[in-house]
Design a protein around this ligand. Structure first.
Ligand code: PMP
Length: 392
């Protein structure tokens, strides 16, 4: 009997993939239970009808065959122009590979940066797929811890302690799950360390249009970084196009041309009608703020609800669509709290432990339901935490 490969059977590192509460909530929904799902990073609005119209027009117009593997030139140009405008770094279509979503871009970037067996640094807490995507590329993830007390920002000493022999560092700002937006001095420190240690920097910027405090700064724009940075972008979060699977990698020309070979042998590109819809979306700047606005509103709601009590502490969310709550005062782990909340209140949140060890005792709340439900769910969460704390 043939056996499954070592790579595929060890993808989750032997433990859980961190999605247990999410799957349990989904099973409850399927069984007819009324669960408020604050788990996955998916908008409560759908893709704008004007984008769908562009998709339809493209498909009916015949763009249903194999599309150009690196991406349709007009879309590569539009992404390059957007990146140039945002970062000030001259970027052309030769620096852009269109991929089936940011997830495929993360895989591609690690395939480019890491040889089999290489170590890759990830900042803990991390987006739940990071260790698996690193292992998919044959590399070995090494977590760099951070602390809630310092806003989950990486610290130079911790980074340097982990950097020895590493091929790349993966960062994410605005951050999922913490909502942190890395300030300039943190990014300068990171740039310094990756240059000194001759590493690649893989910068996941899929939430770059959702910044509530400060401003998004791409580390690719820092001195000496353009040649060693691979930026991950996506239409998923900025344009509520999660299901369309359209993202990109930005990088040096030789890296992108090598990644076109990877795409030829794996994905064979992204459907042309999806790319045409993405191009339409990027050409309509009104769409981005519309998609981002509900999260800014709900962030204010969260601040108001949490101010009314002392037990559950919020880590200030500066960007992205989540708020991280410290539930350590209940005496439970994030995982135990999330499971108990689901059973008692039918509210599903992600345990902090799904994102590494640094966010233990926290839960991540996605701000992805209607404002009134969101407020009600947070109030119930706080009341539930208070009941648990009384019992401690
Ligand atoms: N990076 C981060 C930080 C994310 O949160 C996500 C999606 N939740 C992705 C990448 C991948 O998104 P997509 O593949 O839909 O572009």
């Amino acid at each position: 009997m043939p056996t499954l490969s070592h790579r595929i059977t060890t993808l989750n590192g032997g433990g859980s993939d961190g999605w247990d509460v999410f799957y349990r909530a989904r099973a409850m929904v399927e069984a007819g239970d009324d669960v408020i799902e604050l788990t996955i990073g998916e908008h409560d609005i759908r893709t704008d009808p004007s984008i769908l119209r562009a998709m339809y027009d493209s498909a009916v117009g015949g763009h249903t065959g194999y599309a150009s593997v690196p991406g349709v030139s007009a879309l590569r140009d539009a992404v390059a122009a957007r990146v140039t405008a945002q970062s000030g770094v001259a970027t052309t279509r030769e620096n852009v590979l269109i991929t089936p979503g940011g997830q495929a871009a993360l895989f591609a970037a690690h395939m480019a940066a890491c040889s089999p067996g290489d170590t890759t640094l990830i900042v803990d807490p991390f987006y739940a797929t990071y260790p698996g995507v690193v292992r998919s590329a044959g590399a070995v993830p090494r977590a760099v811890p951070t602390e809630a007390e310092t806003g989950f920002l990486p610290d130079r000493a911790d980074l340097e302690a982990a950097a020895n022999g590493a091929a790349s560092l993966l960062i994410n700002t605005p951050n999922n799950p913490t909502g942190a937006v890395y300030p300039r001095d943190t990014l300068e420190m990171i740039a310094d360390v990756v240059k000194t240690c001759d590493m690649w920097l893989i910068s996941d910027e899929v939430y770059d249009t959702q910044v509530w405090d400060g401003a998004h700064l791409s580390p690719r724009a820092l001195p000496g970084m353009v040649e060693r940075t691979l930026v991950i972008g996506s239409m998923s979060k900025s344009h509520a196009m999660t299901g369309s699977r359209c993202g990109w990698v930005i990088g040096p020309e030789d890296a992108i041309s090598a990644l076109v070979d990877l795409a030829t042998n794996t994905t064979y590109g992204v459907p042309g009608f999806i790319q045409d819809a993405a191009l339409f979306a990027l050409r309509n700047p009104i769409l981005e703020p519309e998609v981002a606005a509900p999260f800014l509103r709900r962030r204010e709601i969260a601040a108001r609800v949490l101010k009314g009590q002392q037990l559950v502490q919020a880590v200030p969310a500066q960007g992205a669509m989540y708020v991280m709550l410290d539930v350590r005062a209940t005496g439970l782990s994030g995982e135990a709290f999330a499971n108990a909340l689901l059973d008692a209140e039918y509210i599903a949140v992600m345990p902090g432990e799904s994102f590494g060890t640094s966010a233990a005792g926290h839960v991540r709340v996605a701000m992805t339901v209607d404002d009134a439900w969101f407020e009600d769910a947070l109030q119930r969460l706080c009341r539930f935490a208070a009941l648990l704390a009384e019992a401690v």
